[in-house]
Design a binder for this molecule. Structure first.
Ligand SMILES: [Zn+2]
Length: 495
């Protein structure tokens, strides 16, 4: 039905007589304002802020704004004392946006990476440090069928063992490319400073660190190739017209199956389009299968922008079961990341629970303490000269995160009491975990699970199908590290 309609439309366009006056082909101006504030611009009513590439304010980083205006609008603003520089005049709005975001060459500048230069760097890290870095594939993209790469970073990296796991991931939204830069910087920094930086050396021993720099690979290629700086969703041809154009795609940060129906938009043209059904997108299935296999204790998910950390959650007035611990970690990380301006630090705020984003899914279904770091401010990606500073500030957040991801908490190892075989078991803390979240479980291959907790005394119930549940009372969690619990389950006695 849709295909027929678009063929007819296409034919109609071909047969139409030449049009001489097309109001939307009028030239627009790309205008730069220096020393300006958001308030000054927005209160004119001419400059509109609309996220996701639909407003005429393209970016406002520090006190420099890039705006697309008609000549008359520019003159009106100038009449009100808002002095500007006209940088480019063009009928093609996308060209103006590209100039604003990519600079005069209309190409992404150093130190940003394209997908191939990013991969080349990661490959050379693996080659130089095969004992620390292992590259693998978590799945493929929906449209381009390209591999989505994951990197494991750890001492004895080739062996998957029962040490705690953590995750860093970037670019669910492909225009938010700072995430890829921060993930790459984590890999580089850890490899370079192993043996000289005592904390990093210890973390490489203690953790199995996973990094997925770019989840939305297809979209990332659109943005980093200089084609379209707005591209946020994946590359599914949502309107089915065979043409990949702006507003096509699924927002893969709305496609997870935890509270999917309550979040995002059902309108395929929306930049928050959640997809036809949960896990309709290959990127989401790939990410989820990695997360399910590895049972990350905690994770940092990079987005842009806002200089804020979102964490689970506020859900119709209810907070997450681990609210006080989540809040304490989120605030700690936020406090340790300085803003671009340098005068203050990131803020920590509750994120929504009722949305198919990755953080409610990670926390709600698996128990992973996920924190969304919205890096940068005023644009989905900043001018190149600011990148190093933002990345460096965020590496400080990574350090704070890792200081908190190693406990206090419990390490529960569940085995069959008769055979000693590790068990895929549920580990339930009934005083904490409400019906809002799924039961947490052990990693199948090792029978081990780690769970962050505030120091205190806890009741833990361990269960597996076919075994007698084990009730552990008065489990004491100390001020630091993991309280180790060995739970050997037995089969019910035969009658
Ligand atoms: Zn985002």
């Amino acid at each position: 039905m849709k295909a027929t309609a678009s063929i007819l439309l296409f034919a109609a366009v071909l047969c139409a007589p030449p049009v001489h006056t097309q109001p939307d082909r009028q030239d627009r101006l790309l205008v730069r304002f220096d020393n300006v504030s958001r308030d000054e611009l927005v209160r004119t009513g001419i400059v509109t802020e609309d996220d996701y590439g639909h407003g005429n304010l393209i970016s406002l980083v520090l006190d420099t704004a890039w705006v697309i205006l008609t000549p008359a609008q520019r003159d009106t603003l100038s009449g009100r004392g808002l002095r500007s520089t006209t940088v480019l005049e063009d009928a093609d709005t996308l060209r103006l946006m590209r100039r604003a975001m990519y600079g005069p060459r209309l190409q992404l500048e150093n130190p940003f990476h394209t997908y191939s230069t990013l991969n080349r760097e990661i490959d050379s890290l693996q080659k130089a440090h095969p004992e620390l870095v292992r590259v693998f594939t978590i799945g493929t993209t929906t449209a381009g069928k390209l591999p989505i790469r994951g990197v494991k970073l750890s001492r004895n990296v080739k062996k998957d063992d029962d040490r705690p796991t953590v995750l860093f991931d970037g670019c669910h939204h492909s225009d938010e490319i700072l995430g890829a830069e921060i993930c790459l910087a984590i890999l580089r920094t850890f490899v370079e400073r192993d043996g000289t930086d005592p904390e990093i050396t210890l973390w490489l021993d203690k953790f199995q660190i996973y990094v997925v720099p770019v989840v939305n690979v297809d979209g990332y290629q659109v943005v980093t190739s200089g084609t379209d700086p707005r591209w946020r969703k994946n590359r599914r041809d949502t309107n089915g017209d065979g043409i990949m154009e702006f507003t096509d795609g699924v927002d893969i940060n709305r496609n997870y199956d935890f509270n999917w129906a309550h979040g995002g938009s059902s309108d395929p043209r929306s930049e928050r389009y959640r997809g036809a059904y949960p896990f309709s997108e290959s990127e989401n299935r790939a990410f989820a299968s990695l997360a399910r296999a590895k049972h990350f204790v905690a994770s940092l998910t990079y987005h842009s922008e806002g200089e804020v950390i979102y964490y689970p959650w506020t859900w119709g007035g209810r907070k997450a079961p681990d609210d006080s611990l989540l809040t304490s970690i989120a605030r700690d990380i936020a406090r340790n990341i300085v803003t671009i301006k340098g005068d203050t630090n990131y803020r920590a705020e509750y994120g929504a629970g009722l949305v198919g984003q990755s953080y409610p899914w990670l926390y709600g279904t698996l128990g992973t303490f996920d924190f969304v770091v919205e890096t940068g401010r005023g644009a989905s990606f900043p001018p190149a000269y600011l990148v190093d500073g933002i990345v460096r500030a965020n590496l400080n957040g990574v350090r704070t995160f890792l200081r908190r991801a190693g406990g206090p908490g419990v390490r529960v190892s569940v085995t069959d009491g008769h055979t000693g075989k590790p068990l895929d078991a549920e580990v339930w803390l009934p005083a904490i975990e409400t019906e809002d979240v799924h039961r947490r479980s052990t990693r199948q291959e090792s029978g081990v699970c780690y769970r962050l907790l505030l120091p205190g005394t806890y009741l833990i119930i361990v269960s597996a199908p076919g075994y007698e549940p084990l009730v552990l009372r008065d489990v004491r969690v100390d001020e630091s590290g993991w309280t180790k619990i060995a739970a050997a389950l037995s089969r019910p006695a035969a009658r």
